[in-house]
Design a protein around this ligand. Sequence first.
Ligand SMILES: *Cc1c(COP(=O)(O)O)cnc(C)c1O
Length: 441
Amino acid sequence: MSAPNWTNPETIALHAGWRADPTTGSVAVPIHQTTSFQFQDTGHAARLFGLAEMGNIYTRIMNPTVDVLEKRVAAMEGGVASLALGSGQAATSFAVLNLCEAGDNIVSSTDLYGGTWNLFANTLKQFGIEVRFVDPADPENFAKATDARTRCWYAETLPNPKLQVFPIAEVAALGRKIGVPLIMDNTAAPVLCKPLQHGAAIVMHSTTKWIGGHGTSIGGIVVDGGNFDWEAHAERFPTLNKPDPSYHGAVWTQAVKPLGPIAYIIRMRVILLRDLGAPLAPMNAFLTLQGLETLPLRIERHCSNALRVAAFLAQHPAVEKVIHPSLMDGEAKRRADAYLKGGYGSLMGIELKGGKEAGQRFIEALKMFYHVANIGDARSLAIHPATTTHSQLDEQEQAASGVTPGYIRLSIGIEHIDDILADLDQALAAATGPSLKAAAE
Ligand SMILES: *Cc1c(COP(=O)(O)O)cnc(C)c1O
């Protein structure tokens, strides 16, 4: 059955990539909890291994439950195909390793998730891959740091803690001029932003966050936009344009041409997933699909609640500063309005007047908000990044990434707004010492 070409995320989230099971009629996506798949005959087996025909072989490489999630997220982002992985970190690693060999480099925004920062600043060095960090305030910085061995540019749509939206179209356009693809981590802005429409070549998500949405499953996904000409810049992309000795000399830009512009994502599946592992488990794909089905609806509530919380905290006497795109001005606000449609996201930073100690008292006084190292859950969450998520960065690196000692990160959930505001209000009262209270009055 050929599916209609939906463009509305509400419909895509429920219908893309699946109708009903052809043998049982099952409407919910079945959990194919199996490692392997029976071949029809020896010819069928040979065609699958030779990529003459696409089909299930072994769950490390592909699985029908995971396949539905891959199709649905690809449709939601407007890409041609995607690859689900066991975590967002695996997705970032694969997105880069798919293009880089030892001696190559990439250019990345400094505004990154802590785990990505560590991967880029330390672990990729082990593989001989250099990451050049640049300030995204000026898009030209990406071009300036680029040379003949630069394989891609990397950034996050809505990076915390600064929450300054990345200039996707500006940077992507500069890259396309010299044949460098932009990879966007869109974890914090699903539905709100479609980086591929703004010129990005590849999008990744930690599905652990908003897409899963219920704090049940770690997962990641890489979406191929199918909009980048890897062949036109063949010398920059040897992994896609040189014969691959591990696949009887296949040249990926040629080998899969009949299947569409999917050289990047196919190579990631049949080489990196084959050799490095890190598949998403079928059960986790199922749970992530359950989350995805209501994602657009949840995002609406996440955003409307966050808008109310930002306004409430901005006028609260115990709060020094609120960091949320809705409250920004100048270029930061212009970028937020240009790239986020339908809301400003549900991440927020606050600095309390009492600094680090007040911050810790505040977190301990929260009764409904969970104190966890997660974001994007349907529940409201809070954490103190300097002593947790960003504690492996030294002070300079923390400052560069926007983490000040008193910064508290909130991820606003979909509870009733009255209960969210009440919990924040009582925790602020508890955190605010008598002197501060007097000062505020
Ligand atoms: C959480 C997160 C990741 C890493 O994802 P995991 O699923 O935890 O491995 C990457 N990027 C961003 C923006 C994240 O929030």
